[in-house]
Design a protein around this ligand. Sequence first.
Ligand code: AMO
Length: 445
Amino acid sequence: MNKINGQIESTTVAFEDFAKYNEQVVTVKGYIHRIREMTGFSFIILRTHNQTIQCVYAPEFSSYRFDETITEETCVEVKGKVVCSKDAKGNDRYEIQIHDIKVLSRPKELLPIVVNKKQLDNIQLNTILDLRPISLRNPKQRAIFKIQEGIQRGFREFLSKNNFTEIHSPKINFAGAEGGTNVFKLDYFGKEVFLAQSPQLYKQAMVGVYERVFEIAPVFRAEHHDTSRHLNEYISMDFEMGFIDSFEDIMNMETGALKYIMNLLKTEYQNEVELLKIDIPEIDSIPSMKFMEAKELLMKKFKYQPTDMKDFDPQEEELLGKYAKKELNSDFIFITHYPSKKRPFYTMDDPNDPEYTLSFDLLFRGLEITSGGQRVNDYDTQVAKMVKCGMNPELFETYLMFHKYGAPPHGGLGLGLERLTMHLLGFKNVREATLFPRDINRVTP
Ligand code: AMO
């Protein structure tokens, strides 16, 4: 009988540890990434979950007889001696002199695209997306989503350190949380329900329980248009916090989270940062500007005539991003006090000027990546605001329990993970920063 003891050994020696294993025999499992035949020997580049390792095959060192049945993308276990090559630098200093190879599995066909170059040359984005399960084997593609993992990890770590509790709200909802028509309807045993547009209604309720909560999860938007910044499913990084003094507490918390994330990427994701040549933004404090000040600036300084005085179009956001960089030396800018008419029913109006709200967006290099603000916490005010927005408060009875039975001053935000990744990596299309994008034309792979 086998006994499983829960001790897990890594299948791969980390490259950083190779110095430790110099002149020792190791076994490493991975894919054959590339084969380069030389005179009398071959280089076999092994690809593991986080690195490529140069292995040298020469018949005199190896009991395995290498032949043409071993192709790229064969899964193998390589046994060999770590040796230090004096000519190379850094990680490349070490290679494995192959003693033996065990074939673990063979591909049925050769790859339809070349993944073993540093980047996927001259391949259209649509093809890259169609072939995602294999195009992601390319080291540069793989690095994108490692960085994305770092962003989520930073968000989670920072908030956990600041006493936030992680929650998971339902994705099958009784109502749309953000208003508007971009909500997916679902037949739920004969009843009409909706896919969650955001965790808004639930994260607010949970403030009444844990005071500070966060969630990193998919949300769904039935966007009917095909743009470079909209997805139909994206990952929303949300938080909500109670007992705030002002909506600026939310902006401060976000600034702290972004600083933490950027620092984490710099310190623990160096390989990916270098490979993708990422320009990590320096964040000290983030400047802010009121919505109407920003509109005036656009008209006066940039001679831009806005078509909508209630919101910004993408070109306006771009101009504000340029202004923030050039005049305020910041990659980020908060725009506050959006018009009441454009913000959802849960947003608190500014008591000094109820045409505007205690809300904000955060622009990063000229793209909106966050919306947030203070929420209505008084029951009667919330019911009145719903009625004003043309909603039926009775349908939101369960949401309003939080307000009815006591809700502290509170607020929060939603940060689009793919949008942040997109502009951090300098991409033109949000799909490049989406693992398996869902848009009006794509539900596969
Ligand atoms: P909002 O609807 O503005 O606010 O969304 C918050 C952030 O989510 C991202 N985002 C999107 N990313 C990709 N594709 C889309 N279709 C898409 N729509 C939005 C953006 C945006 O800034 N409940 C509020 C947040 C809050 O107040 O807590 C909300 O969801 O980066």
